[in-house]
Each structure stands twice: as structure tokens, then as C-alpha cells.
Write a protein that binds this ligand. Structure first.
Ligand code: GLN
Length: 276
């Protein structure tokens, strides 16, 4: 194997980075003049911009997540632009899209959808691509996050289906058929103990839901029902061991918990409610 690769692998391993081979392959691909897939055992080093690769590697050594280095993360069926102002889309969040597709089997419905705390816009855009006749309002309180969502809307040609708004959820007054959200739900303590990739490179605003992590669920529950049409659904991501609290919070405000969906690690991750 090439010396550069060996040295780089060693450096990442010293930092206890989980999948060093994979990370190096991705960084090489993005530093490659040809952008083709990289096979480490058979690398043509002449195709690599070494200065670029070394600067990427240094970022990874400093525990910057790959997605933030290459400004790209895949989610559901598409790639999204990401930076430090948004959460990297995570695979467990794709379960929200899967659940929406199970609830609404007819993809041609003219659904009115609200995405609370849209961040990169990955949920809203994925839903727009699945439900071509849906009209979606995607809101966030972070101006910088909305700029990222705007870039993604342009990339995916969703401008006429999705309306981005800088507004607090409390100030929304129209009614929707489907409300989705991946709110901040970590406790302060969980955030403080999070991996450096999360703690140092992702927005705290998008991660922490107060001391017990439940702050936003409580806020939502106050007027969520007023924003839901008859037969509307609410699909929401939750943190580890928050199911019981969330069930109580939302059932006290007139929603009914239909379904609990586990992520790949077996953690209860997505709650699907309907209005009763
Ligand atoms: N699952 C994320 C994490 O552990 C948290 C996402 C969120 O707060 N919505 O980093």
C-alpha cells in the first residue's frame, strides 16, 4: 500500500476514529482529480491532489465529521449540502419518510405538510420528492440553517413545492395534514458527553432540548393540535428513553400515539401520532 495511505491510516487510528479506511477512501475521492471510486490497494496517486487530501485529513484528525469536510451528506434518495449550521442528516431520521409513505399510500395526494426545525431541509425535500403534489412549509429559527435549506431547495428544484420561513413554531397558525419534526432532544449532559464530531461541529441549537431534553416536545404539545386538520398525523423523532414522557406529553394534549418505530440499534426513535 502507498506510504501516504499507511501514514494517514495510522494517524486516524491514533485518534480512535472508527472507520479509518472508509474515511480515507472518501477523502481521497473528494481530493481526486477524477472523482472516481477509490480502491486503496490499487491507488493511482497521480490522480490525487495531495495538498487538498492532506488538508482534509487534518480536519478529520481534528475530529471534524466527514460530511462537514466534504459539505455533503446522503439522506433517503438524495445528497444534501451541509455545513456547521445544520445537523448532518442521520439515517434514523429517514424513518420519518418511511412512516409518511406508510400512512399515505397514495403519493398523489395534495397534502399540506409542516416541517418544524427543517435544518438542511432534508426531510422536507425528501417528502416533496415522494409526494409531488404536496405543498410544504419548512420552518426554522436559525437564519443560517435556512440559508442551507435554500441551497438544497435549489439543488433539488423544490422551490415551488416548499416554502421556507424563519418563524417560531408558536407563531404558525395554518392547518396541515402532516406535521414532521426532528427537534433538538438531547439533554445538556448528553450534549456535553457527545463525540467531538457532534459537540464541536454541529449546532447546539439543533441538538439540545433543555435540561431533560423534552423542552420542545412540551412546547409543541401546547398548540400542535390546533395546527392539525381532521385525520392529520404528526411524526416525530425522539431521544433514547424518551418514549414514555413523549407519549404522556402528547396524549395529554389530545393526540393519540399510533406507532413506535425502532431504529437499527433497537432504540425507540420515531413516534407517529394522530389527532383524535
Ligand atoms: N441523534 C442526534 C445525536 O445524538 C440528535 C438529534 C437531535 O437532537 N434531533 O447526535
Amino acid at each position: 500500500m502507498n506510504n501516504l495511505i499507511e501514514e494517514s491510516l495510522k494517524k486516524l487510528k491514533q485518534k480512535n476514529i472508527n472507520n479509518p479506511e472508509l474515511d480515507i477512501r472518501i477523502l481521497l475521492k473528494y481530493a481526486s482529480k477524477k472523482k472516481n471510486e477509490i480502491v486503496l490497494s490499487n491507488l493511482n496517486i497521480d490522480n490525487i491532489d495531495i495538498v487538498k487530501f492532506k488538508s482534509y485529513l487534518q480536519k478529520r484528525i481534528n475530529r471534524q465529521p466527514i460530511a462537514k469536510i466534504i459539505n455533503n451528506k446522503s439522506f433517503w434518495k438524495n445528497d444534501f449540502y451541509v455545513n456547521n449550521y445544520v445537523l448532518d442528516p442521520r439515517p434514523e431520521t429517514e424513518l420519518i419518510i418511511e412512516e409518511a409513505l406508510k400512512i399515505y399510500r397514495n403519493k398523489n395526494l395534495k397534502l399540506k405538510i409542516l416541517d418544524i426545525g427543517t435544518g438542511s431541509g432534508c426531510i422536507a425535500i425528501s417528502l416533496a420528492k415522494e409526494f409531488k403534489n404536496a405543498s410544504i412549509t419548512a420552518i426554522d429559527i436559525s437564519k443560517e440553517a435556512l440559508e442551507v435549506a435554500e441551497i438544497n431547495l435549489k439543488i433539488h428544484n423544490c422551490d415551488n413545492q416548499i416554502q421556507l420561513k424563519m418563524i417560531d413554531f408558536k407563531n404558525i397558525s395554518s392547518k396541515f395534514d402532516l406535521i414532521v419534526s426532528n427537534p433538538p432532544y438531547l439533554t445538556n449532559e448528553q450534549f456535553n458527553n457527545a463525540d467531538p464530531e457532534v459537540k464541536n461541529f454541529e449546532p447546539k441549537l439543533a441538538l439540545v432540548g433543555g435540561d431533560d431534553g423534552l423542552k420542545f416536545f412540551r412546547e409543541y404539545s401546547n398548540n400542535l393540535k390546533n395546527l392539525m386538520n381532521k385525520n392529520a398525523h404528526f411524526i416525530c423523532e425522539i431521544g433514547n428513553k424518551q418514549k414514555q414522557d413523549c407519549k404522556e406529553i402528547f396524549e395529554n394534549s389530545g393526540l393519540y400515539l399510533n406507532k413506535i418505530i425502532n431504529d437499527l440499534q433497537g432504540i425507540e426513535r420515531i413516534l407517529s401520532f394522530s389527532k383524535i
